[in-house]
Write a protein that binds this ligand. Sequence first.
Ligand code: NAD
Length: 453
Amino acid sequence: MLTLTPIKDLIGQQRDYLATGNSKKIEFRINQLKKLKQAVIDHKQAVIDALKADLNKPEFEAYFEIIGVNEEIDYAIKNLKSWVKPKSVKTPLTQFPASAKIYPEPLGVVLIIGPWNYPFSLILTPLVGAIAAGNCAILKPSELAPHTSGVVAQLIKNTFDPAYINVVEGGIETSQQLLGEKFDHIFFTGGTKVGKIIMEAAAKHLTPVTLELGGKSPCIVDSNINLSETAKRITWGKFINSGQTCIAPDYLLVQKSIKNQLVEHIKQQIQEFYGDDPQKSPDYARIINERQFERLKGLLADGKIIVGGQTEATTRYIAPTVIEVVSLDSPVMEEEIFGPILPIIEYEQINEAIAIINRRSKPLALYLFSNDKTKQQQVLEQTSSGGVCLNDTVLQVGVIDLPFGGVGDSGIGNYHGLASFKTFSHYKSVLKRGLWFDLNWRYAPYEKKLKQL
Ligand code: NAD
């Protein structure tokens, strides 16, 4: 673990590097993005192995992380020249002759803190935005995915000057040492509770923050829907990475008349995806650590298990599970589940489902399966969430032009594509006046001018 002094020095080195102006040059930024892409390709196998070691993440799911980062890099390279161009705005006639422009400029030295569930993509995707916008960056990957943290550190070390981009590995103490220093922006992905700690620490330096947090993302299922397709899409979104996905459907709100059929379809889908015994499936991840395993095991007691429910402590296995909720006030309906447990609640009218959602904190994602456009509109208008996906789950995160982020307790700010560039830029307003003419309307003496108003 690093002590305070090296962290201070490290930031000092980055400030010196920033002052050289190198990181601001457009060609330099593009070259660094290309280098990052090559590094991701070169370390591909190491990333796959690390994700396997940390989460038993299936290779196919590891590719989601790798491809996601590379798509962001390609998109930034393609669009950077247009993003960095100053944008002209109109000036009032009273200021003639003048021109006004908005110049994006880098924020400076930024800190990126990552979580353990997608420990590769959620630390490198924000980095793409930081580089594109011309910043220096320090990354702090999650200590709870130590293999991936090590690969990220190695990849960055092999690719960049540490005075430009660097990694500080470690846990909460390291994170807090970093937070004791002044950064020009902090980009944090993690839980809501820790998000508040980050924001409090940032406030001491008046450092702006982006907080990509969690929450309970609801999934409403209306009755007029293709149930087998719906079940397939829900089962996929809920159980990839063993439910440890920030935008996984947290709980289901199902129209009463189709509840039993939907449960049957989900059961069949689990069987199709993971076989008779998901514990033997090569495509099913494990719970990150013992603490999370015990927490999730405890939640199984909060309802009647209707699918799955098997657990094994030694391998931190929890079967894909559906439970019928006994009380809306039980812990499984209070805290973010972040594991392979899917509570199911029935409703009669869509208003009831909306009321249940609106009684809780604003979620990161909201899902609605319905062919009824009026209901789609009603849910969009009457709920607030970071994002929405109609008739599918999770895929909204893959649309690069959709800013990704939360609202209320699920986060502050957003990123991906242009939104990432904006997040890591300051938009500087610049007014340029001509000296060859002046309207004189603003100067004293005011008396005659006042009468004209
Ligand atoms: P976490 O908040 O426990 O940890 C995230 C990071 O913060 C880690 O690097 C950790 O070292 C650091 N940290 C933890 N406690 C700290 C403290 N007291 N002071 C300073 N730093 C501290 O989150 P996690 O368990 O790694 O991830 C799970 C959470 O992240 C879930 O709530 C999930 O919904 C959320 N998440 C959100 C997104 C998103 O994009 N919005 C993506 C993934 C995960």
